[in-house]
Design a binder for this molecule. Structure first.
Ligand SMILES: C[S@@+](CC[C@H](N)C(=O)[O-])C[C@H]1O[C@@H](n2cnc3c(N)ncnc32)[C@H](O)[C@@H]1O
Length: 293
């Protein structure tokens, strides 16, 4: 059976529209600018899904087909991989990474749909494959845009670090602000060890404890104990992540975009970082304009 990614609401549309704008600005520069034309461009979708995503549309109000009243109909929309493949001017290469083998089968079909594009589909954990790819690619000849679009806490900081180190990649990343990170930050004490490890893995440091909690010593039945209270809100957590990106990228967009659900909770923060010292200023200018609220 055909497997389609089912995820997201109108913020998904918003996220993909902004990505689409950036990709086309990027390839335009690399086609028109004489110095930039020297490089081969790669689009990397490290959490690629199937290429499609599904949206449920309510048709209950149409009134023409009573048998459809109150039912929902499913519509297949373009996901990030297809949006990138349709970008004009085109990237020279496409690297699509997906862990789920059934989704990989769908991604493979994109080679038939886009026969003239150079598409590589990889069925692996992006954290492992992409890190290696960053280390082994000859960045004297390549430039890339990487899109990291996880559901939750799947991106390891070590991958972000490897991407930054290339000094050749522009990164778009969905940071799981409200959907995961804020939920793991328990209120009246530090999170349990497993959650602590997940937070340290995504931030690449334990400094989040100091940044998000105040602590004091309290006398208890068992003697004096350290007590932690969560101070962090969405703004503080988001700013901490942006500051972390600044430790490994040449420049980082200062206006990351909160993607909100229907209850206005910022479930993700859409962030942009530029790794190449020569290209960073223009990349940031374009990205900040696209992110602009
Ligand atoms: C939010 S979906 C991506 C949606 C896609 N960007 C789109 O626009 O259609 C996240 C995808 O990442 C995949 N995934 C989760 N963990 C992964 C990992 N460690 N490596 C590679 N893919 C992973 C999931 O199977 C899922 O298909």
């Amino acid at each position: 059976m055909r497997k389609i990614n089912q995820f997201g609401g109108s913020w998904t549309e918003d996220k993909l529209n902004r990505l689409r704008k950036y990709l086309s600005a990027y390839t335009t520069i690399f086609t028109k600018n004489q110095k930039a034309r020297y490089y081969k461009t790669v689009y990397v979708d490290a959490f690629a899904g199937t290429g499609y995503r599904s949206a449920y549309l309510s048709v209950g109000t149409i009134g023409i087909f009573p048998e459809l009243e109150e039912e929902d109909t499913q519509k297949f929309l373009k996901g990030s991989a297809i949006i990138a493949l349709e970008t004009e001017p085109s990237f020279n290469q496409y690297l699509l990474i997906e862990r789920d083998p059934e989704k990989v089968e769908e991604l493979q079909k994109l080679k038939e749909k886009f026969p003239h594009k150079e598409i590589k589909v990889i069925n692996e954990d992006a954290n492992i494959y992409l890190k290696k790819w960053c280390q082994e690619t000859d960045w004297c000849h390549f430039r890339a845009v990487v899109f990291l679009d996880p559901y939750g806490m799947e991106v390891d900081w070590s991958l972000i670090e490897a991407i930054g180190k290339t000094q050749a990649i522009d990164l778009w990343i969905l940071f799981p602000l409200g959907i995961a990170v804020n939920r793991l930050l328990t209120h009246n004490n530090l999170p349990p060890p497993e959650w602590e490890r997940a937070l340290t893995r995504i931030f690449g440091t334990e400094e989040w404890k100091e940044a998000f909690y105040s602590h004091r010593k309290e006398a208890t039945l068992f003697g004096e104990q350290e007590r932690y209270i969560k101070d962090a809100d969405f703004d503080i957590i988001g700013k901490f992540f942006i500051d972390r990106l600044k430790t490994v990228f040449y420049r980082v967009a200062e206006n990351p975009l909160p993607l909100r659900n229907s209850r206005s909770i910022p479930i993700y923060l859409l962030c942009f970082a530029a790794g190449n010292p020569k290209g960073a200023d223009i990349a940031i200018k374009i990205a900040q304009h696209i992110l602009g609220r």
